[in-house]
Design a binder for this molecule. Structure first.
Ligand code: 1Q0
Length: 215
């Protein structure tokens, strides 16, 4: 599909959205977090329909979070911190086994949070890669170190097949629409520490409340 210039994907803008998640007191804003994922999904869709089973799930989870935010208790979903407090205080999370709350905010965000670790590992590999490195290999290594442990065999298999359809590094860098490879590398170097921080703050919060294994 042909996109007009102003709609064109730019990875820098997407990563800026993740950076703008952080509040002054180190809370993670859900609106920006979700907007960051939306941008990534847009990027993934531009890579081809092989990825649509992945983007479908991501879109579904994004929508769950947006619905909470737009719902009558929306103000409690302003940050990950306020959401965790609210849902735990009200008993709205199935922490150890599936029950009445299969789509709690805490559970849904945990899935995206795990995927954020994949993103961090993948972008770090891209940043330090050279012309000879393959995006499919970088992508599957990052996946195996992160998300794969939470996915059943059949999903791992499907993900592996999708990774093989990734375009090569030059095309990938072009689609990012950031500039020369040097500029991409510099941009990733700026963005990654903040993505890591968003990840780590969420990880610590979930760990403190024993929420890392929500089924
Ligand atoms: C570009 C290649 C994208 C590769 C994305 C890696 C993730 C693979 C995940 C595949 C599994 C998706 C199918 C569904 C899985 C669900 O079962 C699972 C668990 O949820 P639940 O409710 O069943 O317990 N869901 C998840 O684990 C969430 C997965 C979300 C994946 C979100 C990916 C979003 C897109 C990312 C594109 C990023 C490309 C960025 C590259 C930037 C550099 C230019």
């Amino acid at each position: 599909a042909v996109m007009s210039e102003d709609q064109k994907f730019c990875l820098r803008e997407v990563l800026d959205t993740f950076q703008s998640c952080l509040t002054e007191n180190k809370e993670v804003r859900i609106d920006q977090y979700v907007a960051g994922w939306r941008g990534l999904v847009r990027f993934m869709n531009s890579l081809g329909s092989v990825f649509s089973f992945i983007s479908k799930d991501a879109v579904n989870k994004i929508q769950i979070m947006v619905n909470y935010r737009n719902g009558e208790n929306g103000e409690h979903y302003a940050t990950v911190q306020s959401m965790v407090k609210y849902e735990l205080d009200k008993g709205l999370v199935d922490i150890t086994k599936r029950g009445s709350f299969p789509e709690s905010g805490c559970r849904t965000l945990l899935r995206l949070h795990r995927a954020l670790r994949w993103l961090e590992l993948f972008l770090e590999r891209l940043r330090t890669s050279t012309e000879v490195d393959k995006t499919s290999v970088m992508c599957s290594e990052a996946y195996n170190e992160s998300l794969a442990q939470f996915h059943p065999w059949i999903i791992r298999k499907a993900a592996g097949m999708a990774f093989c359809a990734l375009p090569g590094r030059p095309t990938f860098f072009e689609v990012m629409n950031v500039g020369t490879p040097e500029q991409v590398v510099a941009m990733l170097g700026d963005a990654l520490p903040l993505i890591s921080e968003v990840y780590q703050l969420t990880q610590d919060l979930y760990s403190q409340h024993n929420l890392l294994d929500i089924p």
